[in-house]
Design a protein around this ligand. Structure first.
Ligand code: MN
Length: 139
């Protein structure tokens, strides 16, 4: 039997964030953890990135200029090919009911800002694993 080394593709993350400091920090932490990050600073850049190639997971800032993150999530969910795409809200909102609002709006989960340097990449991986469970439900 020919030996086939399993080639591990890096996990591709689409990071939608308009705040440059948050963007840089999140990107740094994810890349340090071996993930590949595509950054988008608004809904237009996010759409372009999604159209090019679907990522494994989307981290979505809710407060974006112009079209906000939740509107963009609704738009993503309307496309059959993106319905299962894990989308995690990334936001400083901590008001009562916000989590429910994000989940009802089509997000799979929620990571609150400020970004926790020690846990961030791990949180993203955990959400990815949760998403895989939802999709690949073999029983
Ligand atoms: Mn923002």
């Amino acid at each position: 039997m020919p030996e086939r080394a399993p080639r591990r593709e890096p996990t591709r993350v689409l990071l939608v964030e308009d705040n440059e400091q948050n963007l840089e920090l999140a990107q740094f932490l994810l890349e340090e953890a071996g993930m590949e990050v595509e950054a988008a600073r608004n809904a237009f850049e996010a759409r372009t990135a999604l159209g090019r190639r679907a990522p494994a997971i989307v981290l979505m800032d809710i407060d974006l200029p112009g079209i906000d993150g939740l509107d963009l999530v609704m738009e993503i969910r309307r496309k059959p090919e993106w319905r299962q795409l894990p989308v995690i809200a990334l936001t400083a909102h901590a008001m009562r009911g916000d989590r429910e609002r994000f989940l009802a709006g089509g997000c799979n989960g929620y990571i609150s800002k400020p970004i926790q340097v020690n846990n961030f990449a791990q949180d993203v991986r955990r959400h990815l694993a949760d998403g895989a469970e939802d999709i690949d439900d073999g029983g």
